[in-house]
Write a protein that binds this ligand. Structure first.
Ligand code: CA
Length: 321
């Protein structure tokens, strides 16, 4: 078992439960499924660093393929395109994955293929979280937990309309019917959030971002997730969370990623961030001005030359007569 393995490693190396500032992720097939249709990935590119969790669906071949196709398309898009702001880069790469899977669904063998996605992209203090489907992002601060994403599910719609309670939603027979996912439609709309990392003073708690598939939160409560994540290093917490879900049946694939933020996540930029960015942008413009002037200068010179040439030709024409 994973937990026994890590305990043995700890005994052997005589270390505690790992570094609290090192991110970690785990995906596990669970106890009942034969295949793991979940995938996670970390992509580093010029636009930033992205963590991605996908939970595929679509039967025997489709499910496994869906999550992998999505991860591959997101990676290709992020690595090959030029630098973009984190929210544009992440959203663009996920819409590219949607295009790939919508195309693949035209093959009748893969008509039920689709995948959820929840992803976070970091660049300096800027963070973007994008999702489609029911995989979730949570913010954990000092054993308090906040769900950052809203599930795109039929039952969440019922909760939003006040027809059922959040507790009833968990045990609803259609609890896992998605209203949106990668592959569901050509014009997919994803939810995009922009957050910023704020530095904290020594006594303030540091935030953790947790991404997971429904195989975790269906069997482990938000409070349990928070307590385990707050009491352990990300590596140890990932293992404990997966083991807890499996001890309760583990009927679905389970994926969890825990990313230490190194500060606190807030809805607004840190003090002075926007003016620093504006300054940087205007100094870039200043640097590029000589080039622009040179181009205009060259254009004027060319036009003057053409004018003189034309005048000479006219004069020659007049004299020639
Ligand atoms: Ca699942």
């Amino acid at each position: 078992m994973l937990l026994q393995g890590i305990k043995k490693l700890e005994r052997e190396s005589n270390t505690s439960s790992g570094d609290p500032l090192v991110p970690a992720a785990i995906t596990d097939t669970g106890c009942e499924r034969e295949l793991n249709e979940d995938r996670y990935a970390v992509v580093e590119c010029e636009s930033g660093l992205a963590w991605i969790v996908c939970d595929g669906m679509g039967g025997a071949m489709g499910g496994e393929l869906a999550a992998q196709l999505a991860i591959d398309a997101i990676r290709r898009d992020l690595e090959n395109l030029q630098v973009r702001p984190v929210e544009a880069a992440l959203k663009g790469s996920i819409l590219e994955a949607n295009r790939v899977i919508v195309l693949r669904r035209q093959n009748p063998a893969f008509s039920g293929m689709g995948t959820t996605v929840v992803a976070a992209m970091f660049n300096g203090p800027e963070v973007s979280i994008v999702h489609a489907g029911d995989s979730r992002a949570y913010l954990i601060r000092d054993a308090a937990i906040q769900q950052l994403t809203t599930d795109h599910t039929y039952v969440q719609d019922l909760v939003d309309k006040g027809k059922i309670s959040p507790e009833e939603a968990m045990s609803h027979p259609q609890a896992h019917v998605l209203t949106r996912c990668i592959g569901s439609e050509p014009g997919l709309e994803v939810d995009v959030q922009k957050l910023w990392i704020w530095d904290v003073s020594g006594s303030e708690p540091l935030d953790y971002l947790l991404l997971c598939s429904d195989g975790l939160y269906s069997l482990v409560s938000d409070g349990e997730i928070a307590n385990i994540a707050a009491a352990n290093s990300p590596q140890r917490a990932c293992v404990e969370l997966v083991e807890l879900a499996k001890s309760r049946g583990g009927y679905d694939n389970i994926t969890v990623a825990i990313i230490p933020i190194g500060g606190q996540l807030k809805n607004e930029p840190p003090v002075g961030f926007l003016s620093r960015k504006k300054d940087a942008a205007s100094s870039n413009n200043l640097k590029s001005k000589p080039k622009k002037n040179f181009k205009i200068g060259a254009l004027l010179l060319g036009m003057s030359f053409l004018g003189i040439l034309l005048a000479v030709l006219i004069m020659i024409g007049v004299l020639g007569k």
